[in-house]
Design a protein around this ligand. Structure first.
Ligand code: URA
Length: 419
């Protein structure tokens, strides 16, 4: 094949053949197709799209660029993936809960991306906890504990790793077939038998409208079906941060509250709803709400953290500097913008400005008043945590219009599961 012909086919709105897709993804991974050629092809795909067959084949080519794990464990395997949100710590209570119900949960996770937090960055707030495991360690922990949350190995879908970095700097991230194939190639290569997708919709999500989120969910479910991975999707609200905590250590603390039977109602409800979906896929008849209340999920959490070198009882890092944002007047909180809170937590040090930078474990934002709360003038609405107080003005700038106050009661929002 000549790569220029492949690019031209897509540029002119044509369909890529199975052979063209397999060749171009493989040749790109090996460095034979240049970055600028793949950039042109990615832009042509973003503008012209790919149909379901092309997208499934593209995903297959990315899986074939690396290893596929074989999870030989004595329980049904089931995984969850969230498309990313603000305060989305659900993996932390969910993985041990579903394991305590009898499934094996291989949760290969990532680090923060832009204003959305990363599960590994959060767990690294726990003293001693280690993200990098090899395949033998993953299988052993899945067998012994039932849950593992760790870094994806570089051997899984290397084509995606390369392509994702290119898309990030060529304005080609926001393409449904490219996002869907990127996510699903990693999840299929991970080797689990079932997958529940939590597709976020709203200001704090990649997909800002329900229509776009439905399109992405549909594309991913179709890819799963084409590759024999039982996949279901739910659409959930991401206009307001999940729970009260946004950041690293603060989100771990909130997850532990949930595992100990407390925690914010929205976090508990979404954890239990996703657990039900996962258990249905795994064919396990258990009531996750009962298992959560019994303390069994918390016990599994402690074993999961210890298995990766962490001390679940150790105090979490505290910030050097705390600052509150007060209510400007009396009123009822009508809105709390997830994107603004995510950006503020990121600027306080919970996320990175450059790839590979360390994050601050103690940085983040606590949302002290969520939509529906009545507040009086001067009452703290948000609490900013950081080790570097010089970052506070930038965080405050992001939060300028984050909270909307109304004069009267607002109808309750927070419909969690839309679909
Ligand atoms: N997450 C991914 O893994 N890939 C994308 O393309 C977007 C979000």
């Amino acid at each position: 094949f000549a790569v220029v012909d492949v690019i031209r086919t897509k540029r002119d709105g044509g369909r890529l053949s199975d052979e063209q897709i397999a060749w171009v993804v493989d040749a790109y991974t090996r460095g034979e197709v240049a970055e600028e050629q793949m950039a042109a092809l990615a832009m042509a795909i973003l503008l012209r799209g790919m149909d379901a067959g092309e997208t499934a084949r593209w995903t297959g080519a990315m899986i074939d660029s690396g290893e596929r794990l074989t999870l030989d464990v004595p329980r049904p395997t089931v995984d969850k993936h969230s498309t990313g949100g603000v305060g989305d710590k659900i993996t932390l209570p969910l993985a041990p809960l579903v394991a305590a119900c009898g499934a094996a949960v291989p949760q290969l996770s990532g680090r923060g991306l832009g204003h959305t937090g990363g599960t590994l960055d959060k767990l690294e707030a726990i003293p001693g906890w280690r993200a990098e495991l090899d395949t033998a360690e993953i299988v052993r922990q899945l067998t012994d504990v039932g849950a593992v949350v760790c870094a994806t190995t570089p051997a899984l879908a290397p084509a995606d790793r390369k392509l994702y970095a290119l898309r990030d700097v060529t304005a080609t991230v926001e393409s449904v077939p490219l996002i869907a194939s990127s996510i699903m190639s990693k999840k299929i290569a991970e080797g689990s038998s079932g997958l529940v997708l939590d597709v976020k919709v709203g200001s704090g999500a990649f997909m800002k409208t329900e229509e776009r989120a439905r399109e992405l969910a549909g594309a991913m479910v179709e890819i799963g079906a084409a590759h024999g991975l039982a996949t279901t999707a739910v659409l959930t609200d991401m206009n307001t941060p999940l729970g009260r905590a946004v950041g690293n250590a603060v989100e771990v603390a909130e997850a532990v509250e949930v595992l100990r039977g407390g925690g914010p109602a929205d976090v508990v409800a979404l954890t239990v709803a996703l657990a039900r979906e996962m258990l249905a896929l795994a064919g396990i008849d258990a009531d996750p709400a009962e298992v959560l209340a019994s303390g069994a999920a918390y016990e599994t959490w402690c074993r999961m953290i210890r298995a990766q070198g962490g001390d679940p009882e150790a105090p979490l890092p505290a910030p050097r500097h705390v600052e509150t944002v007060p209510a400007a007047r009396d009123g009822v909180v009508a809105g709390l913008d997830a994107y603004a809170v995510g950006v503020a937590a990121w600027r306080l040090g919970a996320g990175r400005a450059r790839r590979g930078e360390p994050v601050q474990s103690a940085a983040g934002v606590l949302c002290l008043a969520k939509p529906g709360a009545r507040v009086s003038a001067g009452q703290p609405l948000l609490e900013l945590h950081t080790d570097t107080p010089e970052r506070v003005p930038d965080a405050l700038a992001a939060l300028r219009d984050a909270v909307t106050l109304a004069d009267t009661e607002v109808p309750p929002t927070g419909d969690i599961v839309l679909d």
